[in-house]
Ligand binder design. Structure first.
Ligand code: AMP
Length: 398
């Protein structure tokens, strides 16, 4: 599965001013320390390639949701520091992403220099895909590279508008890898193809269930969303997460899948808690015996066994969404056990979504996966088979 878009390896970057839209939207703690720098690391091959080619490398990104306001909390300054360490070379930081100061910093750049611009979303025009703002960004460089897979599902100035004003635009290595990995499993999976879906809500994953439902051999549903399916089967689910307006959809999609020979797996037991308090009593029950007033928080050991057996003969596995409230130790067993089961299967395994990637990391199984996506919403949108504006805006391979 090859990306049909123009890619960085076909572009002459030598001595050019190259603006790279990266996704440096990393999590920061209260002291503005980066708690996970995998998104920065994921862009290094593209940045290093541009540096090695002697380009003047101008990086731009958003961080968080500053809503068009300048705010220290969302500054990319900590990212500049970390990037400097990872690249082992100086990274100049600009205190804005457009304007005279930026123009003059760009003017001072030598081949191989790296400049990181301040958060694009300090300007409301970024998310409005504003023409003038797009043009100002474009004026900084001669070549545009989109490396921000995580924002490829958005029509913003730095992902879409800018391409109108650039003569040369292309996808970076990460963008290429992400699209090829995700599209590859959806469009061309080696069978049996198993999709494991979890997370909080059915409504957030409807599109994925519908799109994948047509292509998979088995669907495994866990996490909070499983309780809507379990209730739709007629079981009492206590105070577990449920979306009443999704009950018919849940019933319909399950029946439809089964009528086409798709194996549909739901939990057979779960870990329930008497309340949401951390000290609450917990126990394991079958899904037919969830006590009134209790909360379903994780899949139980029998479900882990069932799901593990279901993935054992898979040749392709796509996993999106945790099996329970894995952020709390008491309810992380199901998700961590699934990470081991997926890792042990002799399959091409693709993991989508930040939560699932974190769970796989906690299980120590990151290296066992074929591909872990850096994009949450973008990965979902691609798995839904929907249009990706950031990708569509790039020219096709000649
Ligand atoms: P999503 O963003 O839809 O993939 O959902 C991820 C979130 O789902 C995580 O924060 C989990 O804590 C949450 N989650 C998973 N299982 C459950 C459950 N049984 N009840 C409530 N929340 C859950």
């Amino acid at each position: 599965m090859n990306l049909t878009k123009q890619t960085i390896d076909r572009i002459d970057l030598r001595n050019k001013r190259v603006i790279i839209r990266v996704d440096f939207n990393v999590p920061l703690d209260d002291a503005s320390q980066i708690t996970d720098d995998s998104r920065i690391r994921a862009a290094l091959p593209t940045i290093n390639h541009a540096v090695d080619e002697g380009a003047r490398v101008i990086l731009c990104s958003h961080l968080g949701r500053p809503n068009g306001q300048t705010s220290l909390k969302y500054s990319l300054a900590p990212v500049a520091k970390r990037l400097q360490r990872l690249l082992d070379k100086p990274v100049v930081f600009a205190h804005d992403c457009i304007g005279d100061e930026v123009q003059s910093l760009v003017g001072d750049m030598k081949p191989g220099d790296v400049l990181l611009l301040e958060n694009l979303r300090f300007h409301a025009e970024e998310e409005q895909n504003d023409e003038k703002f797009s043009e100002q960004l474009a004026s900084l460089a001669e070549v545009y590279i989109n490396e921000a897979f995580g924002t490829a599902h958005r029509s913003h100035a730095s992902t879409v508008g800018i391409t109108k004003f650039m003569k040369v635009s292309a996808a970076g290595y990460l963008m290429k890898r992400e699209v090829e990995a995700l599209e590859g499993v959806v469009d061309n999976p080696v069978r049996p193809f198993v999709a494991i879906l979890g997370g909080a809500k059915v409504s957030g994953k409807i599109g994925v269930i519908e799109n994948l439902g047509k292509r998979v051999d088995k669907v495994i549903i866990g996490g909070g969303m499983a309780f809507t399916f379990i209730k739709a089967m007629g079981h009492e689910i206590g105070r577990s997460l449920v979306e009443p307006d999704m009950l018919d959809f849940a019933k319909g999609i399950q029946e439809h899948a089964m009528s086409r020979g798709v194996k549909f797996y739901l939990p057979v037991d779960c870990v329930v808690a008497a309340s949401m308090e951390p000290s609450a009593e917990t126990k394991i029950v079958t899904i037919q015996e969830i006590p009134e007033g209790w909360y379903g928080m994780d899949i139980g050991p029998a479900s882990v066994k069932l799901f593990s057996e279901a993935v054992e003969n898979a040749k392709t596995i796509l996993w999106n969404g945790p099996m329970g409230v894995f952020e709390r130790d008491a309810f992380s067993r199901g998700t961590l056990s699934m990470a081991h089961a997926v890792a042990n299967a002799y399959a091409k395994t693709v993991v989508g979504g930040g939560d699932t990637a974190l769970a796989v990391h906690r299980a120590g199984e990151t290296d066992s996966m074929a591909f872990i996506s850096t994009g949450g919403g973008a990965a979902l949108q691609l798995l839904e088979g929907k249009h990706m504006p950031g990708l569509a805006a790039l020219p096709n391979n000649p």
